[in-house]
Structure formats: C-alpha cells, structure tokens
Design a protein around this ligand. Structure first.
Ligand SMILES: Nc1ncnc2c1ncn2[C@@H]1O[C@H](COP(=O)(O)OP(=O)(O)O)[C@@H](O)[C@H]1O
Ligand SMILES: [Mg+2]
Length: 609
C-alpha cells in the first residue's frame, strides 16, 4: 500500500485540475443520479388517477426546473470531461515525464555493478513501467471517483425507496468484492511479472544490437532471434494469463449482476402486487441497480488498473528508493589543488557478483605525490580491479585506500572523482564532436584548453580531419590508438592530481605506441601528477619511476626498472621472459615474414653504413 500512496503522491502537483474536475463530477453525478428518481415519479404521475406534483408546481414549472437541472448537469459534465481529458493527456504525461526523469537520475547514481547487471531493465522501467503508472494515476483516479459517487449515491437512493429490496441486492456485494480482491492481487503479481519479462526482452535486444558487429561476424542472427523469440513468448504467456483472469472475473460479475436484477424484479413485482411499493418506485429502483452495477464494475476496473499500476510502480519505486552501495552524496569536499600520496592498505577485494573469488588478498601499495608507478602482472591478476577501487566503482571488503592520509570513503564521491583522470583499457566515445568528447564532463573548458590537452596527448590526427575538432564521431568511429589518445586528452583536461592509465599502449602499433608513450612521458616529467600505470609494453613500463609486480592478489616485488631488470631472479624478469617467449614463438611460427623483416633491416643498416 505504500506504493499506492506514492502513486497518489505523484498526482499531487496536478491537484488543481483534478480537484476542479472532481467538483464538476459531483455536480453532474448529482443531476444524472436524480434521473431514475424522476422517471419513477413520472411513471407514477401518469399512471395515477389523481396526479399531483410536489410543492404545488404547475406542469410547466416542473418541466422548466427539470430542463434547467439537466442543462447544469450537462455543462458540468462537459467541463469535467474536458478537464479529465486534459489531465489524462497533459497532467498524465507530466507525471510520466517527472517519473522518467527521476528514475533515470536514480539509475545514474547507482553503483556501476547494479546497472551493468540489468541494463535493459532500467530501460524498460523508463519506458513502459512509468507510462503504466502515469495512466493509473490520472485516468483511473477520475474514473474511480466517478464510480464511487455513482454506486454510493445509487445505494442511498435505493435504501430510501425500499430497504428490503436493497438488502437483497447487497447480499451479492461481498462475494463479488472478495472475487475482486483476489483478482486484483493476482493481477498485481502478474503485472510485475509481465514488466520483468518485458525488461528481459529489452535486455536481450539491446545486448545483441549493441554488439551487432559480432553477431553478424558469427552469423548468429538466427540464434539471437531465437533468444528474443523466447522472451517475447514469455511476455505473451503472461498477457494471455491476464486475459483469461479478466475474462473469468468480468464474466462472473456480469452474470451475478443479471441474476440479481432478475431476483429484484421478481421480489419487487410481488411487493408491487401487494401494494407495498408503486410501479414508479420499482422502476426507479431497477434503474438505480443498473447504475450501481455500472458503478461497481467501474470501481473494479479502477481497482484492477491501480493494482496494475502498483505492480509496475513497485519496480520503479524500488529503483527510486534504492540506496546506492557507493553513497552519491555526503562526505568532505577535497580542495581541487590538494596533493598527497595515494595508499592502498591491506586491501582484500572480491566482486559482489562473484563472491568467494578473492581478486585481491592483501594488496598494499603507496604512490607518492608526483611519482609514477607501473603496475605489472599477468592478465586477470586484478590490475584493472585496482583502478576500479581507486575510482570507487567498488569498495574493498577489508583495508582501505587513502589519499593524503585520509580514507577516500570520507570524501564526497564527486570531488574525489574530479581529481582523478582515467584512461581505461577500452575508452568509450559518445556521439558528438571530437571537442565535446574531450571536454566530456567538463563543459566549462575553453577551446584553447581542449586543443592544448589534445596537443599534450599527441592527438595530431585531429588537425588532419576536415572539420578538425568539430568532426562528428560515434561510438566506434575512431581507431584504437586514436581513441586511446583522445581519452588521454580527456583525462589531461581535468588537470588531475592522480592519473590512472590502464594498458594505454597495449592495443597500439609501434608508431602510435611511441606517440602515446611520448604523451605519457610529458606528464611524468612534469611530476605534477601522481600516476598509476597499468602496462604490458616494456617501452611504457620503463618510463615509470617504480615498478610493482602484482601476483596472487598482492604486490610481490617493487623496484626501479634498472633494479628489477638487473636481477635475473626477479619476478619481473620472469614475467617479461614469459612474455618474450610468447612473442618470439609467434615469430618462429611465421619464419618467412621474419626473414623478410631481417633482410629489410639489413638493407637499412647497410644504407646507413
Ligand atoms: N565485473 C566483474 N565481475 C566479476 N568478476 C570480474 C569483474 N571484472 C573482472 N573480474 C575478474 O577479476 C579478475 C581480475 O580482473 P582484472 O582486474 O580485469 O584483471 P587485469 O586487469 O589484471 O587483467 C579476473 O579473474 C576477472 O575475471
Ligand atoms: Mg585489465
């Protein structure tokens, strides 16, 4: 029921039109509810031997009053209908829009793990669930109120006319409402399931559409279609279930309504023949029964769509109320020019999605102000995970990361992230211009600053493009090396206190590698930025002041490049030897090209001589 209250609360800002509409609704209902009564009185009037009009009005006066009453009713009804339509479309849409924006914001502030696990789900919450909730607020709220007015006024009038007959009819109400309650609950559960199935469907589709290149390369379209088909079937099955339940419910309520009507007619007819009530009263009574019946039916469909709204709403409110594992607010703001060492202290870490697999066991590492440390280790040893911890995508299970002697969990997350520049393994581009991509999250950057950052990151390719910095790019429209350098420019533009590079040169050819290393070199020589570099290539590793070797979730060795290289027993040498062995065996596998290379090399050498 708290969901219900929240849904009603959504309509609160739209109170004015809704309240006016309700006022008009009461007016028009009052008029239309008087019709059965009037009809009954008219029948008695014309069928009696000695007709009498109450209050001593003339026939003309009485007709005039009725006409005026009907006119007022009609005007009120028109106004209500207009306001309701407005609130359906405008207020309803406004509510949906607000709900969507809040849901999106809620999704963006969650920890990455949550969203990455169920990306499509957020999407369907944004699109389908919110519109179901919006619908249930406006349209049904007004229909529901109308139904309440109709059935309660109708019942009151019936009691006035004949308590006996009304009691007879009321016998029917409890079983029907009990049915409605069960049906409503069932529908709520079903609606929640349907929305979940829709979410799964969107997830499957968005996953394969975003990897269309791979899907096509492996001719996996039929397989993807089958996967999607399964999800669509799931939705269909649930919708069918709902249709069956609805059919049974409305069928049986309709049936019992008609039976009641017959019962009333039989018993009422007896009463008339005994002279206990007039024919006019019985007519009014039957008409009221129809009104009340309609009202109850509207009330149940109001009830069921509120239930459906609550089903869908639960999913939205779950997300809206969810406390992110990494709190987005609170904490101390770091002065942007504060500098200090970064320390990982006795860190133990496992991914929430893969409990009991310890990625880091007792990881301790200090990077001093302006120092550069190259983190090396086998693939899968946890290097990228360390950077995730640094950025607080995750928090460690035990131990802490400190900056300038303070646990980074004490800082506000935004101010902490704003002093870190990150170049991830696979940098992401956004649709837009190159300039807007470099200035991502940094809207106040001037064109000069952007160009300077690009220059520092050796992004000379930008100047070679026809539109330069205004070239439009998409997610995939730059080469790996270009993307990497653009990401470096993006990180540099922040003037970060800490720079985290993840295998920035591993996917590059020799020339690009050189350009990127050159860019990194500039930053390192500055000694303004504390650098944590994850690297494979010796050329990059050698530039760092210190090397730390990661093995089995902890640092097993640190030292300068010279120290480690000169010690043949060092873990570092073994690691590099293993890499070299792997590379040279590749070369041996392709002897002809190797020979060619050597010949070319010799030719060059000879020329030099
Ligand atoms: N999001 C994740 N959820 C669960 N396990 C993960 C996740 N990311 C990485 N891992 C696992 O953590 C280990 C370390 O990964 P990673 O830090 O990316 O290694 P590296 O960068 O050194 O190659 C790997 O065994 C990997 O399978
Ligand atoms: Mg990695």
């Amino acid at each position: 029921m708290t969901s219900f209250r929240k849904i009603v609360a959504l309509a609160r800002p739209e109170k004015k039109p809704l309240v006016t509409a309700i006022g008009l609704l009461l007016m028009s209902s009052a008029v239309s509810m008087s019709i059965p009564f009037t009809i009954g009185k008219l029948i008695d009037f014309f069928s009696s031997a000695n007709p009498q009009i109450p209050l001593d009005l003339s026939t003309w006066q009485a007709s005039g009053i009725l006409l005026a009453l009907f006119t007022v009713g009609a005007v009120a009804n028109a106004g209500r209908s207009y306001l309701m339509r407005m609130s359906d479309t405008v207020s309803g849409q406004r509510i949906v829009a607000r709900l969507r924006e809040n849901t999106y914001a809620a999704a963006l502030r969650q920890e990455v793990e949550y969203v990455e696990r169920g990306e499509g789900d957020v999407v369907s919450r944004l699109s389908v669930d919110s519109s179901i909730v919006g619908e249930s607020v406006t349209q049904n709220l007004s229909d529901g109120l109308r139904a309440v007015v109709m059935s309660s006024v109708g019942l009151g009038a019936m009691f006035y006319l004949s308590p006996n007959l009304t009691m007879l009819m009321l016998v029917l109400v409890p079983p029907v409402s009990l049915g409605a309650v069960f049906y409503g609950r069932y529908l709520k559960r079903l609606s929640n399931k349907t929305q979940e199935a829709m979410g799964e469907m969107t997830k499957v589709a968005s996953e394969s559409l975003s990897a269309l290149r791979t899907v096509q390369a492996y001719n996996a379209q039929p397989q993807e279609e089958a996967k999607f088909h399964q999800r669509v079937e799931d939705v269909l099955t649930l919708v069918k279930k709902e249709a069956i339940a609805t059919g049974i419910f409305f069928g049986s309520t309709g049936w019992s309504g008609n039976v009641t009507l017959l019962g009333l007619l039989g018993y009422g007819g007896t009463l008339v023949s005994q002279g206990q009530i007039t024919v006019g009263d019985l007519t009014s009574l039957l008409l009221y029964t129809v009104y009340v019946g309609n009202g109850l039916q509207m009330l149940t469909s109001f009830f069921t769509s509120i239930m459906r709204g609550i089903g869908a709403g639960t999913r939205i409110f779950d997300l809206l109320d969810r406390e992110p594992a990494i709190p987005p607010r609170g904490g101390i703001d770091i002065a942007p020019n504060r500098r200090g060492p970064v320390k990982f202290e006795g860190i133990q870490f496992e991914y929430p999605s893969r409990r009991n697999v310890e990625i880091l066991k007792d990881f301790t590492l200090e990077v001093k102000v302006g120092e550069s440390v190259a983190l090396v280790g086998k693939s899968g040893s946890g290097k990228s995970s360390i950077q995730s911890l640094l950025l607080r995508y995750y928090d460690p299970i035990r131990g802490k990361v400190t900056f300038d002697g303070q646990d980074i969990r004490e800082f506000s997350i935004t101010s902490w992230r704003s002093i870190i520049g990150i170049v991830p393994q696979d940098p992401v581009l956004f649709t837009g211009t190159i300039a807007s991509n470099i200035a991502y999250g940094n809207s106040s950057a001037t064109r000069e600053q952007i160009e300077q950052a690009a220059r520092n990151a050796n992004c000379e390719f930008i100047w070679g493009m026809p539109d330069g910095f205004d070239t439009q790019i998409g997610r995939q429209s730059l080469s790996g090396g270009q993307r990497q350098r653009l990401a470096i420019a993006r990180a540099l533009l922040k003037r970060p206190a800490i720079l985290a590079l993840d295998e920035a040169t591993s996917s590059l050819d020799a020339t690009s590698e050189h350009r990127v290393n050159d860019a990194i070199d500039k930053i390192l020589r500055d000694r303004q930025t504390t650098c944590l570099i994850v690297a494979h290539r010796l050329s990059t590793i050698a530039r760092a002041e210190r090397i730390a070797v990661l093995e089995d979730g902890r640092i097993v060795e640190t030292g300068t490049y010279r120290q480690l290289v000169n010690d043949p027993n060092s873990r570092f040498c073994q690691l590099m030897a293993a890499q070299l062995a792997a590379t040279s065996s590749e070369v041996i596998d392709a002897p002809s090209s190797r020979e060619e290379e050597i010949k070319e090399g010799e030719a060059v050498e000879a020329e030099k001589i």
